[in-house]
Design a protein around this ligand. Structure first.
Ligand SMILES: Cc1ncc(COP(=O)(O)O)c(C=O)c1O
Ligand SMILES: [Zn+2]
Length: 394
């Protein structure tokens, strides 16, 4: 079943029939998917399937990730009830499988044979995997500093992966130019493709099914912020469908201090986000300086404000500590960007004196995808296979 949907400009509200466009044709604003009849039937549906014209039986098993209670972390952090939405358990190891599963289906619907993506590495692996599955040829642009694990993973699925010098914004700009000139569909998972970020909202639908009450806070590591905005959109739709009394959770965006255009604007009460020309952080997934598309950041900032949420930044050291805490307290291994939500909530809960709140952290990417911050801090002993040597070490 495909629902009756259209594209709507988030700024001038002009409507468009579904087609492969990246911005509003009148005002260049961000486009979003809207439904003519938002009914209960979609709440139980897998989001990725909603706007495909012909039913595809299964993609790669994305979504339906566990919502785990983080009990030691809850006790440590001021008696808040903290859950982790385990997005790192998606098929290629990150939440990006959701937006890409949605976008790939539109590529097929629109009759494309080739796709391109600019990515910090996780969107890359997703596009490579789903392209392999559905017989599309994929070109992937990543910043030259992208972790080897993500680059090799993408290449192994058969993608044509190319490193672009400079920050992520360079890859973004080049992919957009290429997709505008060639018959290649752009699956970059910022806000340029309205179908990809529509896929992110499945997280909200699942949290709704997995918990009795909606959380007070949802904490999301953000680059441009489509994951955060998508989750907000999901809760807003659920409220419309069910007329729920629960307030929409407060959305809290987390950035790294070395790349914090949105949190800076939030803290300084600015109306517009200004891009960051020289992003510097170990958390590559959230190292998006938004050069040339700062309006994406402004859209995320406005969404955070509408939800009565907040945006703050944390240091790389705080991220590494949170990554270690998740591993050692909870048995969860995430990459630095995936640990940013915990680091962010630790800081936020102290600043705002938050107690007894229900909190969901987005754990966005698998630790195996970026071992750069891990390898140096561990030395492993090697022994002869004899008991004496083993006893000496235990
Ligand atoms: C692991 C991880 N977390 C968070 C993000 C940021 O998400 P968004 O692009 O929706 O702002 C990314 C983006 O690449 C990521 O890879
Ligand atoms: Zn418009």
């Amino acid at each position: 079943m495909s629902l009756n949907y259209f594209l709507s400009c988030t700024e001038c509200k002009r409507e468009f029939n579904p087609r492969p466009i990246y911005n509003c044709l009148s005002c260049n604003g961000i486009l979003e998917v809207q439904y003519k009849n938002l009914t209960k039937s979609i709440a139980g549906m897998k989001q990725e399937y909603i706007f495909h014209d012909e039913k595809i039986e299964s993609l790669l098993g994305e979504g339906n990730t566990p919502l785990l209670e983080l009990s030691k972390t809850s006790n440590r952090l001021r008696e808040n009830k903290i859950f982790g939405k385990c997005e790192f358990m998606n098929p290629t190891g990150s939440f990006k499988d959701r937006p890409v599963a949605a976008g790939i289906q539109k590529a097929l619907d629109f009759g494309y044979k080739k796709v391109i993506v600019a990515s910090s590495g996780n969107g890359a692996a997703s596009v490579a995997a789903y392209s392999a599955k559905f017989g599309l040829s994929s070109t992937i642009l990543v910043p030259e500093g992208t972790p080897d694990e993500k680059v090799k993973q993408s290449q192994f699925y058969g993608a044509n992966i190319i490193k672009v010098k400079g920050p992520y914004s360079n890859s973004f700009e080049l992919a957009l130019k290429y997709s505008e000139e060639e018959k290649v569909y752009n699956l970059t998972t910022t806000f340029i493709n309205p179908y990809t970020w529509e896929g992110d909202k499945g997280v909200a639908y699942e949290i709704n099914q997995q918990s009795d009450n909606w959380p007070d806070y949802v904490i999301v590591p953000i680059g441009a912020g489509p994951l955060l905005v998508g989750i907000y959109k999901g809760f807003k739709e659920l409220k419309e469908i069910y007329g729920k009394n629960d307030p929409i959770p407060k959305m809290v965006g987390i950035q790294a201090e070395g790349c914090s255009p949105i949190s800076r604007a939030f803290e300084n009460n600015e109306v517009y986000v200004i891009s960051e020309p020289d992003p510097k952080t170990i958390a590559g997934g959230i190292g998006d300086g938004l050069r040339g598309y700062a309006k994406d950041g402004t859209y995320t900032l406005n969404t955070i404000r509408k939800s009565n949420g907040a945006c703050l930044s944390i240091t790389d050291e705080e991220i590494i500590r949170a990554q270690e805490n998740l591993a050692k307290d909870e048995g969860i291994f995430v990459e630095p960007s995936g640990a940013a939500a915990l680091a962010g909530f630790e800081k936020f809960s102290k600043l705002e004196n938050i107690k007894n709140a229900s909190v969901t952290l987005l754990l966005t990417g698998n630790g195996l995808k970026d071992m750069n911050t891990i390898n140096e801090s561990y030395t492993i002993p090697i022994i002869e296979p004899v008991m004496e040597e083993l006893n000496r070490l235990i």
